[in-house]
Design a protein around this ligand. Structure first.
Ligand code: PRT
Ligand code: ZN
Length: 286
């Protein structure tokens, strides 16, 4: 019996859905009935501890949870001692300095002696120190973007994703200080049995992430078109080619990047491919 790995997940908020979706894609079944604080998986030795994202870095650092999923911004802000084992590719955002549109901004030195509102004082303090700028940091826990409008601050330092919140508050994004995304973090001293469970989980997560944006493509073609078709295909290694019952025809299978899909499909048809079938890829182990 392996030991149960406890994973801290945001109970509600922006990271919850993507994290639970990722776990589901790795084949781990977690009951979604009444959301209790701690839920065990039925077919894999993990249990999910639902917490506010603010509590995740500390919980993993002290070993109450073995691993966790949290924004890099939150981890950096708290300076919690946990190991980043994987970047997960969702929850992308950045921590940026933003100032009122009409302000004449010429770099961070423009904020010397000014007031900056933020929920991320540690990261901001570090940045200002690095740049040798003295400013007055106002810590507020929410609605940072309205601070300049109500005269609380001259600038803000906050999370930006699409940028529309800044625009609607008459602000412009200036220095990007941190690029963030959700990360999988682990307790520094996991015991070997738990670490073995983590490695199996990581193997599955990487397989799922490796398949993101990939399509499995099958097509039929006369053998004489094969060279032309193969020259169009950027397969993982080389495409699979199989004979068909109909003489001088073959079936070609490969994996394509979704981004290049439309460009390549047209060229495959021109090269003589027929009956092109495109299927989703759920996981890919390289
Ligand atoms: O309740 P709990 O404490 O768990 O949640 P929370 O309210 O502290 O966090 P939550 O759920 O809002 O965000 C969790 C994590 O999602 C953050 O720590 C980031 O890592 C990540 N993330 C990704 C974001 C955004 N994108 C984002 N856009 N977090 C917040 N925002 C905010 C941003 O501050 C802005 O005010 O969303 C607003 C809209 O952004 P724009 O630029 O798209 O307009
Ligand atoms: Zn939070």
């Amino acid at each position: 019996m392996s030991k149960t790995l406890r994973i801290a997940v945001q109970s509600k908020g922006r990271l919850n859905e993507d994290t639970m979706h990722l776990l589901a894609e790795t084949g781990i079944r977690i009951g979604t009935s009444k959301r209790t604080l701690l839920v065990a998986a039925s077919n894999f030795p993990v249990e999910v501890l639902f917490l506010r994202d603010d509590d995740i870095p500390g919980t993993v650092a002290d070993g109450t949870a073995d691993i966790g999923v949290v924004g890099l911004n939150e981890l950096e802000e708290q300076g919690a001692d946990a190991e980043i084992v994987e970047k997960l590719g969702f929850g992308a955002c950045r921590l940026s300095i933003a100032v009122p549109k009409q302000m004449d901004y010429n770099g961070i030195t423009s904020l010397e002696g000014r007031r900056i509102a933020t929920s991320y004082p540690s990261i901001l303090r570090r940045y200002l120190q690095e740049k040798g700028v003295q400013a007055d940091i106002h810590v507020i826990s929410g609605s940072v973007e309205i601070s300049t409008g109500i005269g609380l601050a001259d600038a803000i330092f906050d999370i930006v994703s699409s940028g529309s919140t800044l625009v609607s508050n008459n602000l412009k994004e200036e220095d990007v200080v941190l690029q963030s995304e959700a990360v999988l973090i682990a307790h520094r001293k996991l015991d070997p049995e738990k670490n073995a469970v983590l490695q199996e989980l990581l193997f599955r997560i990487r397989a799922v992430m490796g398949a993101v944006g990939k399509k499995y493509v099958l097509m039929n073609a006369p053998r004489e078109s094969l060279d032309a078709i193969l020259s169009v295909l950027p397969g993982i290694k080389s495409p699979t080619v199989m004979p068909l019952a109909q003489e001088d025809w073959c079936s070609i299978h490969t994996v394509l990047d979704e981004k290049r899909y439309w460009e390549i499909i047209g060229r495959l048809k021109e090269a003589g491919a027929q009956g092109i079938l495109v299927l989703p890829v759920e996981s890919m182990v390289l």
